[in-house]
Design a binder for this molecule. Structure first.
Ligand code: BGC
Ligand code: BGC
Ligand code: CA
Length: 323
């Protein structure tokens, strides 16, 4: 069940406040944690109270919950592609299913619609989504793909479902709405439209949920391929999963520089989140759709969930939907 894939040592230079820099050898370890392979694993979310990782397999229409203590996976199958899942403050979960924001009762596996979007775009579906620090569920849409990253362009939009049950559209003309997160002071919203090959930032007003002043904070390098899911760490740096790039990269959104690259043994790394005890483990989802037989045999772990430990940084707990 658990495969230790590879470990390597990287020197970390930690500067102590009053003393000399201390060189610490920290060892990064990458393991697979769930045996099942996902066609397109996405939206990893750590749920502290159940010691579990939530995630989805979009085309398989599955919402999964892997218990890190029992190592068991439970899943709920829904009626349409499910692209993101989040914790709901009042109990259960919320998810983006097809073009609907839905509530999910895990116990009886029932899904109920909260709000529908893109009613005029029959070929659209939601993609990545995440809850902001005030409990609003942000998620964007895209046209259904002919093949991975091949689709009718500019069909997507970014929305947020507010705790009052109303969703608002932020902007349209999106290709593949993807990774999102907020700065630690809640004053910046980070966003990825994958085919722009850029990580963007907006000024964020947590009180109203309004965004302004879009700019790019990181342009992807050629070998990093397509920016997909992302999460922030406690130092305010961004971790971006690179689809087709087989890696997660750590970026400094202040300087626009890449600080670190962690390569994984699969090409289609789709998203990441911190979890585990103290949020010191980085969970990375991956996909197997879009690979031919040869590629699949060269990447036997593709579609699995990976756990990276020994990074020396931590993440933050996910925010629950407040509606
Ligand atoms: C509908 C429910 C249905 C569920 C099935 C929801 O969107 O509102 O009536 O049971 O989908 O997954
Ligand atoms: C989407 C996939 C897409 C990939 C690459 C993912 O977030 O769900 O369908 O192929 O991004 O852009
Ligand atoms: Ca994604």
């Amino acid at each position: 069940m658990h495969g230790l894939l590879f470990a390597k040592c990287l020197p970390h230079c930690l500067c102590q406040p009053m003393g000399d820099p201390v060189l610490i050898m920290s060892s990064i370890k990458i393991e697979t944690v769930v045996l099942d392979t996902n066609r397109c694993g996405e939206s990893p979310v750590w749920e502290e109270k159940s010691n579990s990782l939530l995630y989805v397999d979009i085309p398989s229409k599955k919402i999964c919950r892997w218990n890190s203590l029992t190592k068991q996976v439970q899943e709920v199958i829904v009626d349409s592609p499910v692209s993101s899942v989040a914790i709901r403050q009042s109990g259960g979960y919320v998810a983006t299913v097809g073009t609907r924001f839905c509530a999910l009762n895990w116990e009886d596996q029932s899904l109920s619609d909260l709000f529908s979007v893109d009613k005029d775009k029959k070929n659209n579906r939601f993609n990545d989504g995440k809850v902001d620090p005030a409990g609003r569920y942000f998620a964007g849409t895209m046209a259904e793909e002919i093949a991975p990253a091949v689709l009718e362009r500019y069909q997507g939009s970014l929305y947020a479902l507010f705790p009052n049950g109303i969703a608002e559209k932020y902007f349209d003309n999106v290709d593949i709405s993807n990774g999102l997160d907020w700065s630690l002071d809640h004053k910046v919203f980070y966003y990825i439209d994958s085919l722009s090959y850029s990580v963007d930032a907006f000024d964020y007003d947590l009180h109203t949920g309004k965004i302004a002043n879009r700019r790019s904070v990181y342009k992807m390098e050629k070998e990093e391929h397509i920016p997909d899911g992302m999460c922030i760490d406690t130092e305010g740096k961004l971790w971006v999963a690179c689809y087709n790039g087989g890696r997660v990269i750590r970026l400094d959104p202040e300087t626009g520089k890449r600080l670190q690259t962690v390569k994984l043994p699969v090409e289609k790394t789709t998203s990441c989140c911190f979890g585990g005890k103290d949020y010191s483990e980085l969970y990375v989802t991956s996909a197997r759709d879009g690979l031919d037989t040869d590629e699949l045999s060269r990447q036997p772990d593709t579609g699995k969930i990976f756990k990276i430990t020994g990074l020396g940084v931590k993440g933050i707990a996910p925010f629950p939907f407040a509606g």
